[in-house]
Design a protein around this ligand. Structure first.
Ligand SMILES: NC(=O)c1ccc[n+]([C@@H]2O[C@H](COP(=O)([O-])OP(=O)(O)OC[C@H]3O[C@@H](n4cnc5c(N)ncnc54)[C@H](OP(=O)(O)O)[C@@H]3O)[C@@H](O)[C@H]2O)c1
Length: 342
């Protein structure tokens, strides 16, 4: 079997660590795992894909000889180095928001829009974590009933803000936080322990945050519905891992719960977990480190015509980042789509 040389940019981070773990777990055919990070980590050693590897500082020359590189170091680093990688014939799968809305760059969830990968030009974007989890529940319903309007509220885990997000929560749990703004180093504007923060990423002039805008724009692009009305509220919650989303969706055709259940049950990557009277509904503790996203609390939305309400939970470090990126890599290999014309 052919094996591939793969770069992991941000190998020491929350997503990078999961990429290494999932490459091993899913037995991706790795000839070389090149671990890239900042100068802070250069020289440290780490186990990856059966070998002890040295972490290398990322530079424009880091991509020589690689078949592909998964970037998880933030938008600035992707913007700085993705083009260098691409010029060296290395396919970039990017976890940041840098290229998601670029019309030349496919934004892909393999279960939904795999065919968009086919004519990639060397850079492929992975969607925002909440968007990916939401669409894993929503897409089968869209296929069955035709989506018309989308309203979501997210409950986003602290590890969505990286390794520092998790450390911050764990440290604050032992303190007595107040509602004063943080005066210590934290990825959050206020204490997150014992709290909820309705503020993720920067605010725009219209009162929405950039994170909320990602849900709107990326859902439109992935579903191929450029005018879809979307309203989203993003909230950080003191959960370690796995994002949850409350979804209210209006459809073009009349809806019913039995058909909605069947649509979700037959969709690869989603698990119907929905017997509320027996206490069966998806929760973050049940979906951390799980490949499938859980869908439950499925019911008619009485406030919308042809409306359905449901609750979807998924591991944002996996389906919202590392797993989706590796599924893209697996698809490129399986369909022989690694070669590209820029
Ligand atoms: N966390 C999530 O759930 C999630 C989900 C979807 C998408 N994402 C996206 O994935 C990316 C990474 O997120 P994360 O949560 O893994 O963050 P993180 O835990 O803070 O990790 C950041 C990584 O970037 C590396 N880095 C920093 N400066 C660098 C530089 N100059 N050159 C190369 N690497 C550098 C860090 O290396 P050092 O250790 O050397 O500093 C570290 O490996 C972000 O774009 C984020 O938006 C995250």
């Amino acid at each position: 079997m052919k094996k591939y040389r793969i770069g992991i940019v941000g190998a020491t981070g929350a997503v990078g660590q999961e990429i290494i773990h999932l490459l091993e777990k899913r037995e991706f055919p790795v000839a070389e795992a090149r671990l890239l990070a900042s100068s802070r980590s250069a020289g440290l050693e780490m186990d990856a894909c059966g070998n002890r590897e040295k972490i290398i500082e990322t530079t424009p020359d880091s991509f020589k000889g690689l078949d592909m590189a998964i970037f998880s170091s933030g938008s600035d680093i992707s913007i700085k180095y993705a083009e260098d990688a691409r010029k060296q014939g290395c396919v970039v799968i990017d976890n940041s928001s840098a290229f998601r809305m670029d019309p030349q760059v496919p934004l892909v969830i393999p279960e939904i829009n795999l065919s968009d990968l086919e004519d990639h030009k060397g850079i492929i974007a992975n969607p925002n974590c909440s968007t990916a989890v939401t669409l894993m529940g929503l897409y089968p319903l869209h296929k069955r009933f035709g989506l018309k309007r989308l309203i979501t509220s997210t409950y986003q885990a602290v590890s969505g803000a990286g390794a520092a997000g998790l450390t911050t929560l764990l440290n604050e749990l032992d303190e007595n936080p107040t509602s004063e703004p943080n005066n210590h180093d934290s990825p959050f504007p206020y204490p997150i322990a014992y709290n909820l923060i309705p503020h993720i990423d920067d605010f725009r002039d219209d009162g929405y945050t950039k994170e909320e805008l990602k849900m709107r724009n990326e859902s439109r692009k992935i579903l191929g519905l450029p005018k879809l009305p979307v309203s989203c509220t993003c909230v950080r919650v003191p959960v370690k891992r796995a994002h949850s989303i409350s979804v209210n969706a209006e459809f073009q055709t009349s809806v019913n719960v039995p058909d909605a259940r069947k649509a979700i049950e037959s969709f690869a990557g989603a698990e119907l977990w929905d017997i509320p009277n027996s206490g069966r509904y998806p929760m973050p503790l049940g979906y951390a480190e799980k490949e499938d996203c859980g869908v439950g609390r499925l019911r008619i939305d009485h406030a919308l015509p042809n409306g359905l309400a449901f609750w979807v939970v998924g591991d944002q470090l996996w389906k919202g980042a590392a797993l989706n990126a590796i599924q893209i890599a697996e698809s490129l290999v399986k369909r022989q789509w690694l070669k590209f014309v820029s």
